[in-house]
Write a protein that binds this ligand. Sequence first.
Ligand code: PLP
Length: 390
Amino acid sequence: MPEALTAKPSVRPANPRFSSGPCAKRPGWSLQALSGALVGRSHRSTEGRARLNEVITRSKAMLGMPEGWVLGIVPASDTGAVEMVLWSILGTRPVDVLAFESFSATWANDIIAQLSLPEARVLKAEYGEIPDLAQVDWSRDVVLTWNGTTSGARLPYDAAIPTQRDGLVICDATSAAFAMDLPWEKLDVVTWSWQKVLGGEAAHGMLALSPRAVERLVSTPPPRALPKIFRLTNAKGLIEGIFKGDTINTPSMLCVEDALDGLKWAEGIGGLKGLIARSEANLATIAAWEAQSDWARFLATTPAHRSSTAICLRIVAPWFTALDHATQTAAAKKIVSLLGKEGVAMDVGSYRDAPPGLRLWGGATVEAADLAAVLPWLDWAYEQVRREHA
Ligand SMILES: Cc1ncc(COP(=O)(O)O)c(C=O)c1O
C-alpha cells in the first residue's frame, strides 16, 4: 500500500450521504423546496387530489409507462405496494419467486410461509448473482426484484423474460425505477417508493399495473379476505380512484410536495435519460477505482449484472478473507465507522445479511464528484483497519 494512503486524503465529498435508503436529496435541495406544500389541507380537496395526481402523471411520463397502465400511490412504501399485490393476486396460479438477496428473500418467505401457497417454487442465487431465468416457468405468476439493493446485482434490461406469457410478472423495482430502463412489456406489476432514486421522503409506495394485471384483479377476485389497506378492487371492479390520486388512507402532503420537487428536478436534467446517465456515471466512477484496487471487488461478479444504484463491494485481500466471519464483519464495520466519524461517507455498511463489505448508493441524486472524492477515503479507512490486523 503506497505511503500516501496512510495519510488522510485532503479532499472531502461535498455531500457524504451515500445511504441506500433514504437516499441523498437532489443536489441543491433545501427545506425551501417544500414551502408550497399543501400542509393542513385535506388530501381529498380539489387541490390535494390534484397534487397527488400530479405525482402520478409526472411519474408515468418520466418513466415512459406504456398506454393502458395505471399507477397509484399506496400506503406503506414499497413493502406496502409489493405486499398488497402478493395478497391480492397470487394464489390462482402456481408461482415462481426469485430470491437473490434479502428483500427478494422476504417476498419468497411471504409466499411460502405466510401465504402458504402450495405450488410455489423459490429460485435462489447467492449474494452478487442473479437466479437462472431459464429455470423460470413463465406460465406461472413470477415475483422478482429488479435490483438487489442488498447485493448490488440487477437484472439486465434484456433479461430473458418472454413478452408473451400466461403468468403475470410482479416486479419490485424500488431501487431500479428512475435509474434503470425497465422493459415494461416484460412486466405486469411494478412497484417502488419515493425515498430511493429521486431522494424523496419515505412511507409512500407506488404501484403500477399493466392491463393484464388489472384484468386479472378484476376477473379473479383474491382467494382470501383482505384488509382495507390492501384492497384494490370492490364489487364494481378496480377501485379506479386509487390510480387518480384518491389514496386509500391519508398521505403526507409534505412528502407529496417533496416527491413533486424530485420529479421536477429530474425533468430539468433530461428526464429518465438524464437520471440513468447520472447513475451510470456513478457506477463508472467506482468501477475505475475498483479495477485498480488491491482489496475491493464488486460483490456482483458479472459486469452486466452490476447495479448502478446499490453499489456493493466485498473485501478480497487475503488477510481479510482468512478471518472468520464474525471478525470480518467487525473489521468491515470498523472501516464504515471510520468513514462515518470522519464525516466523509455516511451509512455505507453492507446489509446485515450480505457478505461483510461496503455499499455506496449511486442513484441519480448522488454526484459522481462526491463518489470520486470518497474513494481515496475508502483506501485510507481500509488501510487503518488492515494495519490493526497486520
Ligand atoms: C429491493 C427492495 N425491496 C423492498 C424494500 C423495502 O422498501 P420500503 O422500505 O420502501 O418498504 C427495499 C428497501 O430498501 C428494497 O431495496
